[in-house]
Design a protein around this ligand. Structure first.
Ligand code: ZN
Length: 83
């Protein structure tokens, strides 16, 4: 099951969004408020990923080697929501 969350959805739960790239191991934390300023509150997290790693060395690679962003915090948020 895939649930697509927007920046507005997570803004209530977290202040800093933790980001990881599964290919190159890059990690970072970004302010959700700043992300909303920059990309808009309705931007979905899956769509945001590729934009955040646009400067990754693998971001322009072909499918199998391409950077793949994930959000470590979201697993816990799902647990909270589903009780
Ligand atoms: Zn990467």
């Amino acid at each position: 099951m895939t649930i697509s969350r927007s920046l507005a959805d997570i803004a209530n739960s977290i202040e800093m969004l933790e980001i990881r790239c599964s290919r190159c191991g890059r990690t970072g934390r970004m302010s959700v408020a700043k992300l909303i300023d920059q990309y808009g509150p309705t931007t979905l997290l899956p769509d945001l990923g590729p934009m955040l790693v646009a400067d990754c060395e693998n971001a322009q690679a072909h499918d199998y080697a391409k950077c793949d962003v994930f959000y470590p915090q979201l697993g816990k948020m799902m647990d909270d929501l589903t009780g």
